[in-house]
Write a protein that binds this ligand. Structure first.
Ligand SMILES: [Ca+2]
Ligand SMILES: [Zn+2]
Ligand SMILES: [Zn+2]
Length: 367
């Protein structure tokens, strides 16, 4: 939800406000797009959904309207690139722009597909042609990322990594150039994961495997909806990808993506502020032997017992829990200190009364 709308509904709830200034300075080569504000707000939305433009139903305009009605701040339609075609892309873009206001951003994006592996591409007006015809087209993550390299603004998200258990072939093939192109990994994909009973374990393992392979990605939670209402009104669906941006605009959200500044949550309005050594999630700090973290988590649904925060975990390399704390409350804080001479990253994992609920982007240690 947007700040103003949130205030109208919950005028007395403290809003976690985080500073962006250092993070924006550290974001790769998009300074021209960075908004002038230095204060970040968490914006809640979805970065993966389909319409009848490809293999879903309904129109992009309908998808944006549905997301808005559900209280989302942004929504991306990501129809399959090989089905959008040149005739649909302008119309999809026009629908996204028409839906965009001061309190909502519609994003026209698309999903590049091979047989197993899919990548959503953001901030690119050109459709990169790709086909998905046979299992023979299954290729390692390397080949996915390389098709983005010629397009300076394009950034990608590793989609549903455990679909067919492919897991992007273990994320082998990291290079700095490829790393700069991939900003996110879907840890929660409603369409593909829920119901198999293993998805939480798989998602955690996949996210850690990707981070351990060197990729700088933030986690996202998406619908991958293929039907009308785009899951936005289906109880108890509350998946949200959260982007910490100074402004609710296309440029502001894309800058947040480039800075890996955000988190994945299965609660529609859980607010997380997570810093290490004074730097916000998505940042890199200088290598050290001791790190101080600062955590603030709050949920405005104070009458919902399941939304109470029950556990906070600081997770590091290999998925190891470096520190944890049992808590209880709809608004909690924590300031753990961790000694390590080898850790390459720390991220926060949040459990609520409903179970494992949210993971943040890491703070990287520069190792
Ligand atoms: Ca909530
Ligand atoms: Zn897909
Ligand atoms: Zn999809």
């Amino acid at each position: 939800m947007s700040g103003p709308r949130f205030f109208r509904k919950h005028p007395f709830v403290f809003i976690v406000v985080v500073t962006c200034v250092l993070v924006l300075a550290a974001a790769p080569a998009q300074a021209g797009k960075a908004p002038p504000s230095t204060t970040c707000v968490p914006y809640f939305g979805d970065l993966h959904a389909h319409t009848a433009v490809s293999d879903g139903t309904g129109t992009p305009a309908g998808a944006f309207a549905s997301a808005r009605a559900a209280g989302m701040d942004f929504f991306a339609t990501t129809d399959h690139s090989m089905m959008i075609g040149p005739q649909w892309w302008p119309a999809t873009k026009a629908a996204a722009d028409a839906a965009t206001t001061s309190s909502f951003v519609g994003i026209a994006s698309y999903e590049l597909g091979w047989y197993y592996d899919h990548v959503n591409v953001f901030d690119l007006d050109t459709i990169i042609p790709k086909t998905e015809t046979s299992q023979a087209n299954h290729t390692p993550a390397i080949d996915f990322v390389d098709v983005l390299l010629p397009y300076p603004t394009a950034i990608g998200q590793f989609n549903h990594p455990m679909w067919h258990e492919a897991d992007f072939d273990g994320y082998v093939g990291w290079t700095p150039q490829r790393d700069a192109k991939m900003f996110a990994l879907e840890v929660y994909n409603w369409g593909d994961d829920v119901g198999d009973g293993l998805w939480e374990t798989w998602s955690l393992e996949s996210y850690v495997r990707c981070l351990d392979a060197g990729w700088h990605v933030m986690p996202t939670a998406v619908s991958d909806a293929h039907y009308v209402d785009w899951d936005t009104t289906v109880a108890p669906y509350e998946f949200r990808s959260v982007l910490l941006a100074p402004k609710l605009t296309h440029a502001g959200l894309f800058a947040a993506m480039r800075a890996r500044r955000g988190y994945a949550t299965m609660d529609k309005n859980l607010r997380i502020d997570f810093k290490v050594a004074g730097k916000i999630m998505g940042s890199s700090v200088s290598p050290a032997t001791r790190y101080m973290a600062a955590v603030s988590v709050s949920d405005p649904d104070t009458l919902v017992p399941g939304d109470k925060v029950t556990k906070l975990e600081l997770v590091s390399d290999g998925g190891a829990v470096a520190a944890s704390k049992i808590v209880t409350g709809h608004s909690v804080t924590w300031a753990p200190g961790v000694s390590s001479a080898t850790a390459r990253y720390f991220f926060l994992r949040v459990t609520t009364g409903d179970g494992l609920t949210a993971w943040t982007a890491p703070v990287w240690t520069g190792r």
